[in-house]
Design a binder for this molecule. Sequence first.
Ligand code: ADP
Length: 426
Amino acid sequence: MSEKQELIDLLTGIKSSRKSYYHELNQAILELQLKNKQLEVINQLTRLQVNLSWEEASYYIAVQVGQVLSFTCFALTLMEGKTTSSYIVSTDTSPSSVQTLRFSELENKPTLSTVNRFIEEHQGSTGTTVTMRNHVGQVFGFLTLLHRETNANTHEDLLFFHRIAEQVAVSVENILLFKDVSDKVKIEAQLLQSAKLAAIGEMAAGIAHELNSPLTAILGNVQLLLREFKEDRPGKMLQDIYQCGVRSKKIIQNLLVFSRQEEFTFEDLSLHDLIEDVFSLIGYQLKVSGIPVEKRWGESLPLFRGNRYQIEQVMINLLLNAKDALQQEKEPVITIETKVVKKDSKPYVSFSVRDNGTGIDEKILPQIFNPFFTTKEHMKGTGLGLSVSLGIVQAHHGMLVAESRKGEYTKFTLMLPGKGGVDDHE
Ligand code: ADP
């Protein structure tokens, strides 16, 4: 071979006779193009955004991988704590229609073969699964390609699929880290919020204590004056002062209960009396919001044992949440209903608040009793109302149940064990 031929071989990477030279050159160009495409895909996979949901991430990876490998379905499987989930993208799905499979059936930590079998059975096609390892070498997830026919990918394809898995593992670990950090930031924000609340609670308690004594003096003196001027005009004015004083005292007592500085005494209570008290406190707020309240009183309600202020607090929370849900409603209405219900042949007094407001999405319904869960805008919601209410109701051996349909209505029902057959009107 001449020196010239050797030089050509070196420059082109092609060792051949002139006859097959162009054919081999074409091959080499195709291979180079494929290698370029593969590098581009790997590069794209490094750009997986950290704030994507798992469905979106899975869709993004599938689109990239689809440029160089053939498949009918792609699955990203992740083990997070005790749960393992697969996010399955078929070639004709959009990001919003990524299927999620949960591996509740698998008792032990899933392995490559169990994951492969599980996805194959679910999708009814042949799969190739590779593992994803984190930076310390532990398996934390899998990638699966599903095909209609076996051996759809060559040995080189499979090697490349392993490389993809290595790159995706890095990007997915970044997402996990991001989620971890944002959870921590959220918890910190919640702690700050509860610290603020505790400070407000203490302040409110201090003010309430300060106001309590002068108010007692005002009320006592007004009562004395009322005896002297019963009928005439000053009498009417004094009566007004007395009523306002009583109302202020109630508000103060509520503040003390809220800040938990009041002793919790249990007594026999009438549900209807408590509702009256609650409306004397927040009826005005509902009125100025233009929300009519329909009251459906049940008959012969038994008394129940409980702490007046705590149960009133639960009722206030339910009513104010109903009011908030009705802000945008054209024809808002709150319906409250009382009745006796039997549970395990024991009587319970039941109080329900129904509003025709925004309703609650069934996805978030299970979360509304969680502390700090709120969908209200910043500074409006604390996410504590329902969790505190549930705590109070459970301490009373009662139940608090929520039902709702998004865009239609929400109904909360509070049930408390009644005293056997005693009529609260007596
Ligand atoms: P907050 O009112 O501070 O958000 P809550 O614990 O009282 O806290 O309520 C938690 C969440 O439950 C609310 O943010 C809201 O999403 C939902 N919720 C409660 N009551 C209603 C209601 N009547 N209608 C619609 N959503 C409600």
